[in-house]
Design a binder for this molecule. Structure first.
Ligand code: M6P
Ligand code: ZN
Length: 189
């Protein structure tokens, strides 16, 4: 083999859990303390240790974030758990550039992908291993773990999409996923 003709350009995905390895993998962790104001009950939120990990994200940016025309591959692992009757979930965001879409695909676990447009019309798609979810441009998106095991999904989004967390921090989504009699229920917020 001649040098330079064959190489791995991004990294490796372990398809059994979606995890990434390689030199360019970035990682972040979101703790309960960083999710102040996201769950419905401030009182229940305050009873959980702030260092409790709610979810982890890994991603590979083959081009710098913010670059137009590129893509980023990542994954998220949401731990199982409840804040009062509300399942552990991601913060959720709109994209800063409103015409940027995203793919999610579930690897392990069960839950919901909650989607909301700018008029606050909200709906939820069930997530289970193998489910593919197309997040249309302009929709806010949040994943919720309704199972007893970690919810793991992979995602691919444009490198210049950006994360607009402010709108969600201010008003949230207009649906919440809660545990009723031991089963998930999607209710108006
Ligand atoms: C997915 C992608 C990421 C996002 C992550 C966690 O992997 O959508 O861009 O960062 O989920 O979601 P959030 O940013 O809302 O915390
Ligand atoms: Zn996104």
């Amino acid at each position: 083999m001649q040098d330079g003709f064959v190489r791995n350009s991004a990294g490796d995905v372990n398809w059994s859990d979606g995890s990434l390895s390689g030199t360019d993998v970035k990682e972040s962790t979101k703790t309960m303390g960083q999710l102040r104001g996201i769950f419905r009950s401030q009182e229940d939120w305050s009873m959980i240790p702030p260092e409790q990990v709610v979810y982890r994200v890994q991603w590979i940016p083959p081009v710098a974030e913010g670059t137009e025309g590129g893509l980023i591959w990542g994954n998220t692992t949401i731990e199982p758990g409840l804040v009062g009757d509300e399942y552990f979930m991601t913060h959720g965001h709109f994209h800063q550039i409103s015409n940027r879409a995203e793919f999610y695909a579930t690897v392990r676990g069960t839950g919901y992908l909650v989607l909301m447009d700018r008029d606050r019309k909200t709906w939820a798609e069930p997530m289970s291993p193998g489910s593919i979810h197309y997040v249309h441009a302009g929709l806010a998106h949040r994943a919720v773990n309704c199972g007893e095991d970690p919810l793991r999904f992979v995602a691919c989004w444009p490198s210049d999409a950006g994360h607009d967390y402010g709108s969600i921090a201010e008003r949230g989504f207009s649906l919440r996923v809660v545990c009723r009699d031991g089963a998930p229920s999607v209710i108006a917020a």
